[in-house]
Design a binder for this molecule. Structure first.
Ligand SMILES: [Zn+2]
Ligand SMILES: [Zn+2]
Length: 262
């Protein structure tokens, strides 16, 4: 390999920690993108236009704006002032509602033309959300790199996939679909089977100890196997840092204090 493919080391690192690299990166990259974009957006009118033209972030990603604690308020204020201005202009002109319904469905060729403009800020579902785009590109990039380097017989990646658990059932299935029964399919199946078998053993133990006849037995590592089963099957994150910062926590973080234990 002449050049290290995108996400190569991210995949290795997440596998070493037993986490699904695709889920983790899809969770992290849009957050980093939004955080990074906020700094650029303050001084870059082109980027501000792009943000307004694409209708702003979808509701899910707009929610992330409120979770980024490190002094991004100015960027958010500048971005949303523009969206509020646009909304006010449309309300004044009596436009918006029907245009908002018909105009969704992907960015047309000319993003900055009057024609391509969104006439109403999107909420839950905004196919043009720039953070969603980062999310899609991240997922594709991770999966492509995984399949390509495994196909190329990259020793480090083969060892990481063979020696760790990590990929959730969804992303494992995606990789297997991309590979459709090819040479690396056995590696992928073994990877998934290891996690499945361990979970099955732990779930059986958890269920057994939950029986009233055995409640005196101390619950061990299998105690949270039910959560990990949900995590593995669905890819839902079990990480605590996912939750929103409370205002008090946010202030403490900005002052550099350690948050109090809950
Ligand atoms: Zn996953
Ligand atoms: Zn989005």
């Amino acid at each position: 390999m002449t050049q290290t493919p995108a996400f190569y080391f991210d995949i290795l690192e997440n596998l070493a920690r037993g986490r699904c690299p695709a889920c983790e990166l899809v969770r992290q990259k849009p957050m980093h993108y939004i955080d990074h974009a906020l700094y650029g957006l303050v001084t870059d009118p082109g980027a501000q236009n792009l943000f307004a033209e694409t209708g702003g972030y979808c509701r899910r990603h707009a929610g992330m704006l409120l979770k980024i604690p490190w002094g991004s308020a100015l960027g958010v204020a500048i971005l949303y002032k523009r969206l509020v201005e646009d909304a006010a202009a449309q309300l004044q002109a009596g436009r918006g509602e029907e245009a908002g319904r018909t105009k969704r469905g992907g960015i047309s060729g000319n993003l900055f033309s009057r024609k391509g403009r969104k006439d109403f800020p999107a909420r839950d579902d905004n196919p043009d959300c720039l953070a969603c785009k980062v999310e899609r590109e991240t997922e594709q990039g991770v999966m492509n790199t995984l399949v390509e380097v495994l196909r190329a017989g990259d020793g480090r990646m083969v060892a990481a996939v063979e020696g760790n658990e990590g990929f959730c059932l969804y992303h494992l299935g995606l990789a297997r679909t991309m590979e459709h029964g090819g040479r690396i399919d056995p590696i992928l199946r073994r990877h998934g089977l290891r996690r499945a078998e361990r979970l099955l053993a732990e779930l059986s133990e958890f269920i057994r100890k939950s029986d009233y006849r055995f409640t005196r037995e101390q619950m061990g590592g299998e105690g949270d196997s039910w959560m990990r089963a949900v995590g593995w099957v669905t890819g839902v994150s079990l990480e605590k840092e996912d939750r929103a910062f409370s205002p008090g926590e946010l202030k403490r973080k900005m002052r550099g204090e350690t948050p109090a234990e809950e």
